[in-house]
Design a protein around this ligand. Structure first.
Ligand code: ADP
Ligand code: GLC
Length: 468
């Protein structure tokens, strides 16, 4: 079975968040299972392209509105990632530094989808499945059904995966001039509330779709930024499939980004050595329990709660803990955290940036990882932290609910219900109590490191979805 994953991100080529991790791992596991999975993504001006050998496999043109754009497709030559990787370059649109954030991104995403389908139609390459990740590639099912230009691809199965329903790519109808030609009477499929909505179009047109956890799928029926009625209409083809993690990339025993490697039998020593290094670097006392937060400073992640959580947990425990935060985003949150670092420099450290190696080091050295998310479709951080022997403290929502049960019911971490500082601080105090019981903590670390979060099971579920 030949599968093309279409995505804006793929680790290690270009990563903003968990989407990259999923698209960088799932196809590799699918190929190990005997499927034939590849990734097609935009070309970015990033080191991966210059550090690897590529060949041009297609060079052509597409028309968007009144403009003509060159489309070049580069294929990575050595299969270094465990799957074939294709990068689509469209000079003027898809040839930039960053993945997101450009004023013309709707046009960029349309061009990517158009460019891919044009290339495959022209070269008569027909996969069995297009696996579309998030709304950025959500117009593909509509395009292959309704655009004459791609009639060669008509009938190819299309699967949509919702990694984040908060973003739907809604755009004004005047953008329709950028779409490849289709019959006007089909417009209703693209429409939601008087605008073109690629997420809605994906749900309507694909053969089947899934959310990245069963818990999140259930939430979408009552909280989906206006698409709730559509969920009801399309419920027969909606599924929940939890993400796995790449057990090779995320392996504390072999991870080259760590200062000290360890496995579950030497977790106490290994984590301590890593913690000593990081605490020395950030001026923290390694003898105190270390709480970490890694993530985008966005409302979904509950990052706006961090300032109050930091302040109250340090004050209310008389400085009995350390907190380290790695992330960036909302300026207001960044400023508040900077002020707190100044005020509580003995107990609190921040690193405002995107640093892959530091994230690994925090997973390895922290005792607890904090995830006060308001919305968490799956969440990978909690799984990485467990793999590295760090106890997750999560708000009970979406994928966090499916992966972290509370220790009071025999689970692997701590849950709290309300997305507020009050509940989070209460959970932190519970964590301190657990931390003080050395044997309990030791058992928890050992059990968490023994969990199998690998992709095999979920990859099998995706195969079933492809056959749906
Ligand atoms: P999301 O995709 O919503 O941001 P996930 O939990 O699925 O959340 O995945 C986040 C991924 O991004 C993880 O691999 C996490 O380690 C990584 N990450 C988030 N913020 C940073 C950062 N500032 N530096 C390094 N890695 C980060
Ligand atoms: C999104 C979600 C996150 C999920 C990731 C990978 O970014 O916010 O919860 O883990 O996609 O599916």
């Amino acid at each position: 079975m030949k599968i093309f994953h279409l995505s804006m991100e793929c680790y290690p080529v270009a990563k903003v968040g968990g989407l990259a991790d999923v698209v960088g791992a799932l196809p590799k596991y699918q190929n190990q299972m005997g499927l034939d999975a590849s990734v097609i993504m935009p070309w970015y001006n990033k080191p991966f392209f210059y550090n690897h050998d590529f060949e041009v496999v297609f060079d052509g043109f597409i028309h968007q509105s009144f403009n003509m754009y060159q489309v070049q497709v580069f294929k990575e030559k050595s299969n270094v990632l465990g799957f074939d990787l294709y990068l689509v370059k469209i000079p003027g649109l898809l040839d930039r530094e960053s993945v997101y954030g450009y004023w013309d991104e709707s046009q960029q995403f349309i061009a990517f989808q158009h460019g891919v389908l044009h290339w495959l139609s022209a070269m008569q390459i027909r996969p069995d499945v297009f696996h579309c990740h998030d709304y950025h590639t959500g117009l593909v099912p509509f395009m292959i059904d309704n655009c004459y230009e791609f009639s060669y691809l008509k009938g190819v199965k299309t699967i949509g995966t919702i990694h984040n329903g908060e973003y739907q790519g809604s755009m004004d109808w005047k953008m329709s001039s950028f779409l490849p030609h289709f019959d006007g009477w089909k417009s209703g499929i693209l429409d939601w509330n008087g605008r073109i909505n690629p997420m809605a179009a994906m749900i309507k047109s694909c053969n089947a779709f899934n959310a990245v956890s069963g818990g999140y799928l259930q939430e979408l029926f009552y909280s989906f930024q206006g698409l709730e009625p559509l969920m009801d209409q399309e419920r027969q083809k909606a599924f929940g499939i939890i993400n796995g993690i790449d057990m090779e990339v995320w392996d504390p025993e072999k991870d080259e980004m760590l200062k000290f490697n360890y496995n579950k039998d030497y977790a106490e020593e290994g984590k301590w050595e890593n913690k000593r290094v990081i605490c020395a670097e950030y001026g923290l006392n390694p003898n105190l329990p270390l709480f970490g937060f890694i993530g985008r400073f966005a409302g979904e992640k509950g990052a706006d709660l961090l300032p109050e959580i930091v302040e109250r947990s340090i004050q209310e425990t008389n400085g009995a803990l350390n907190i380290i935060v790695l992330g960036s985003g909302n300026q207001d949150i960044e400023n508040k955290l900077k002020e707190l670092q100044y005020k509580f420099n003995v107990n609190f450290a921040i690193d405002l940036g995107y640093k892959e190696y530091l994230s690994h080091q925090i997973y390895a050295s922290a005792d607890f990882l904090l995830m006060p998310s308001r919305v968490e479709p799956c969440g990978l951080n909690q799984m990485y932290s467990m793999r590295y022997g760090t106890v997750p403290i999560v708000r009970y929502t979406g994928g966090l609910r499916d992966t972290v049960q509370d220790i009071s019911s025999g689970g692997s971490g701590l849950n709290f219900t309300n997305a507020g500082a009050e509940d989070a601080v209460h959970a932190i105090k519970r964590a301190l109590h657990i931390y003080s019981q050395k044997n309990l903590m030791k058992g928890l670390i050992y059990n968490n490191m023994s969990f199998d979060f690998s992709w095999e099971k979920s990859a099998k579920n995706y195969e079933n979805l492809y056959n749906y």
